[in-house]
Design a protein around this ligand. Sequence first.
Ligand code: G6P
Ligand code: MN
Length: 441
Amino acid sequence: MKKFNVLIVGGGSTWTPGLLKAICSRQDTFPINRLVMYDINYERQKIIGEFAKVLFKEEYPDIHFSYTTDKEEAFTEDIDFVFVQMRTGGYEMREKDEKIPLKLGVIGQETCGPGGFAYGMRSIRDMIQLVKDVRSKTKDAWILNYTNPAAIVAIALQQMFPDDKRILNICDQPENLLRSYGRLLNMNERDFDPVYFGLNHFGWFTHLYDPQGNDKLPELREMILKNGFRPADYEQRDKSWLETYAMVQQMVRDFPDYLPNTYLQYYLYPDKVLKKLNPDFTRANEVQAGREKRVFEDCVRVAETGTAKDSNVVANDAHGEFILIVAESIAYNKGDNFIVILKNDGIISNLPDDAMVEVAASITSNGPRPYAVGEIPTFYKGLIEGQYAYEKLTVEAYMEGSYAKALQALTLNRTVVSAAKAREVLDALIEANKEYWPELR
Ligand code: G6P
Ligand code: MN
C-alpha cells in the first residue's frame, strides 16, 4: 500500500489532537509516511506538536513527524494531501465576530450572519495564499479544506482557481448529523446512503437510505417530533450545542418535508435564537473556557509525563475522522459517498451552475462524482438563492474592495434584513477588521 505525505495547516488548532488520534486509528487504511504540521502561531503549534511526538512514539512509531512555522519547511514537492483548518485572527477575532453584531441586536455567530461575513472576509486572503503556496511546489497534492466559512471560501477559491480540480471544501456537520441519526436508529453512519441538498451550513436531508434501500427519514422525523434531537456525542457537548440541536425539533415541526442542518436555526428563527445568545459570553468564550483549555492542558500534561495513554482529548470525533475517510476514498479510488461542497453545474437543476452547493458525491481518485438532485421546491430554492446571493456578494466585496457590495450582502442576509442595521454592523466590523480586510470603498 502506498504511504502518503500529509501536511496539516492550522496544526495549532483545538481540533488537531482529535485528528492526530484519528490518524493513529486509521494507519492501516490510510498509511502515512511523513506528517508535517504547520501553523503561524508557534506557541500553540509547539504544545500540540510535543503532544503528537509522544502520541506517535506510542501509537505510530514509523511515521516521520515534524512541526514548523516555516513555510519553506512546510510546503514541499512531495506532499500528497494538505488538510487545512486555519482560523485567521484566531479566537480573538471569533469573539469579535460574535460580540459586535450581538451588541447591535443582530445574530453573532462564527459562520452565519455578519460574524460569518467578517470571518469570510478574513479567510479569503489566507486561503488564496495557501493554495498558491501549495501549488508553487506541486500541482498534484489534494487540498482538503475545513476552513470556515466554507461556503464563502469555496466560492472565492472557485473564482480564483477555476481549473484546479484538486481543491475540495468539506464540512463535518452533515457527518455529525448522520452520526446523530445513527445513534437514534441504532445504525452506523456509514450505512446511510443520504440525499442532501443546499449550501454549506444551509442544507437539508431529503432521504436517508439504509443498506436494504429503505428510506429511514420518515421514521426519524417521527422520532424527532416526538422526542426531540440531540448530537450523537451529547455527553461531551456544551450547553449551546445542545440547544442548537434541540431547535431541530421546531424546524421539523414547521417544515416537515426534510431534515434540516442545525445551522438553519439562525436563518429561520433569528429573533428566537438572538434571545438565547449572551453578548457578554459567546461561543468563543465557551470554547476558550472548555475545549481549548482542556485540549491545551492535556497536551502539556502528556508532553510532561511522556505518555498519551491516559489522554482525554477527544478521540473519534467526526471532525478528525471525516477528513481522513474522504482522503482514503480519494487515495484508493474507493468511491465512497460523502456530503461535500461542489460547483453546482446542474446537480440541483433549478439553481445556478456557479453556486457552490453541498451534496452527496462518490469520492474517487479523479475527484467527486456527484449524484443528481434534480429540482428543489420553491421554499428551499428561495431560501438558498437569497443566501447564495449574500455569499457571492461577500466574495465580490472582497475581490473588488466594494463597500456597496458588502452592504448589499449583509442586507440580503436573513439574520440582518434591515439595510440600516446592515450598515451599522458593517461599519463596526470594518473598524474591528482593519488588519485583515482589504479596504472597502
Ligand atoms: C461544526 C461545523 C464547523 C464549526 C464547528 C464549530 O463542526 O461544521 O464548521 O467550525 O462546528 O464548533 P465550535 O465547537 O468551535 O463552536
Ligand atoms: Mn462546518
